[in-house]
Design a protein around this ligand. Structure first.
Ligand code: SF4
Ligand code: SF4
Length: 428
């Protein structure tokens, strides 16, 4: 529920990266000895023959847990499957982590090539759900939630990160081609291309899409903010973009589609922004599944006890606990913090200083909301204190005097409420 108008919001203090000058090509990370790919597991079923330990795989080969269907990814390397182990992602999402010992020379699986003549949604589901940028294309086929509008967003969703905007600006013809393919595969004509206005001028008329600029102030490029700016409303409780007929996809994913359909091979390299301990930025390109330790080694970034590795940017990223953590199709940035620079969260109570309210771009009464969320009173937080106006920018956590992990509480509350709504729908 949205209780307050956005008009009169305070001027945000942070700006996105705009890449207004040169586009240095990303540094290539060497092929690692093993990669780890995450496949959504299907409970109660055994893995199919193609992904059993000892099976050979080719670069670009479609891999899925169940030979009869279900979610799939594309192998980023040629090699031999060594293992699959259970892997729990954010909010308990279950995956199988497939370890593949790599061979130095790629042998490409050419089966995708025969599909490039006639783009279909099924081809997008089978070959691009785990491609760089990724998206859950199965959402395009739900008869209960017909999609009428596709939004391609070209900005990055956190500060200091420049991955998605780099792809949009440096691979613009691939992105334009990807938009054409999306149109052809889905039959959807209403497509918006959205990015920070100062970085996205003069593209009107070149895209088969409505080109829209959004402010360069953080967090205008968060998908929830873009949704508000395009449609003038926020999502209601338990609603997803797809519930309202809108499908969001990153420019990087659209660029991967455009490149694949023109070259006959699905890209397997992920571009990432690496922020080292001195906050220097490095743009790198690595095979999906590369352990992050290899990337940090290449950049001479050493890790000591209690240093922190964060997947994502400074506002919305999450800490990971191992250098073996693999780069995935949606890993945009890795931030490395020196132990001495880490500001730890606390369990102090809110002191009502009001900093969070002053900085919140959507004027959520965060000081009141957090009291309910800390107590697990999620529904009251939504009904009384505007939980669903939150666009998950993390600014409140960043400024909180009491160092309360507010964003994490908010995400957990939305997750729990969505789960409850789904359970109620199933019971009905
Ligand atoms: S994360 Fe915090 S600052 Fe950002 S919109 Fe949500 S409540 Fe407001
Ligand atoms: S910034 Fe933190 S301590 Fe201050 S009012 Fe907001 S939640 Fe409370």
């Amino acid at each position: 529920m949205q209780l307050k108008s956005f008009f009169g919001s305070p001027k945000p203090e942070f700006r996105y990266e705009l890449l207004s000058t040169a586009f240095p090509e990303p540094m290539a990370v060497a092929l690692p000895e093993t990669v780890t790919l995450l496949i959504p597991e299907q409970p109660g079923t055994a893995p199919c023959q193609a992904i059993k330990a000892g099976a050979k795989v080719k670069t670009g080969q479609k891999l899925s847990w169940d030979a009869n269907g279900g979610p799939s990814i594309v192998s980023s390397v040629t090699g031999t499957i060594q293992s699959h182990t259970p892997y729990t992602g954010d909010y308990g999402k279950k995956f199988a982590a497939i370890g593949i010992a790599t061979e130095k020379a790629d042998q490409w699986d050419e089966s995708f090539q025969s599909l490039t003549g006639e783009p279909t949604v099924q081809t997008l589901i089978d070959h691009f759900s785990g491609a760089p940028g990724g998206a859950d294309f199965s959402k395009l086929t739900d008869p209960g939630k017909p999609i009428k509008t596709i939004v391609v967003y070209g900005g990055d969703t956190d500060l200091l990160v420049e991955t998605n905007l780099f792809v949009l600006k440096s691979r613009i013809s691939a992105v334009m081609n990807g938009v054409k393919i999306l149109k052809s595969a889905t039959g959807i004509d209403e497509i918006f291309a959205v990015a920070p206005s100062e970085a996205f001028q003069n593209y009107d008329g070149h895209f088969e899409a409505n080109v829209k600029g959004v402010p360069v102030d953080y967090p205008a490029c968060q998908p929830l903010m873009i949704y508000y700016q395009l449609f003038g409303k926020m999502l209601e409780q338990g609603q997803s973009f797809e519930d309202t007929g809108v499908f969001f996809i990153r420019a990087e994913a659209v660029g991967a589609i455009g490149q694949a359909f023109s070259q006959g091979r699905v890209p397997v390299e992920k571009i990432l922004t690496i922020l080292d301990k001195s906050q220097r930025k490095h743009l790198v390109s690595a095979r999906i599944g590369t352990p992050i330790g290899g990337i940090l080694k290449m950049l001479n970034i050493s890790l000591n006890d209690r240093d922190r590795i964060i997947f994502g940017g400074p506002m919305t990223g999450r800490a990971v606990y191992s250098e073996q953590q693999p780069v995935q199709f949606d890993t945009d940035a890795i931030l490395v913090q020196d132990a001495n620079d880490i500001i730890l969260n606390s369990d102090y109570p809110c002191i009502n200083c009001g900093e969070c309210i002053r900085t919140c771009p959507t004027r959520v009464p965060v000081n009141m909301l957090i009291r309910f969320l800390e107590a697990g009173e999620y529904q009251d937080g939504a009904d009384l204190y505007d939980l669903y106006s939150c666009v998950e920018c993390g600014l409140c956590s960043y400024v909180c005097t009491a160092r309360i992990p507010i964003l994490q509480y908010i995400k957990l509350a939305k997750f729990e409420l969505a789960r409850m709504t789904l359970a109620e729908e199933k019971n009905d």
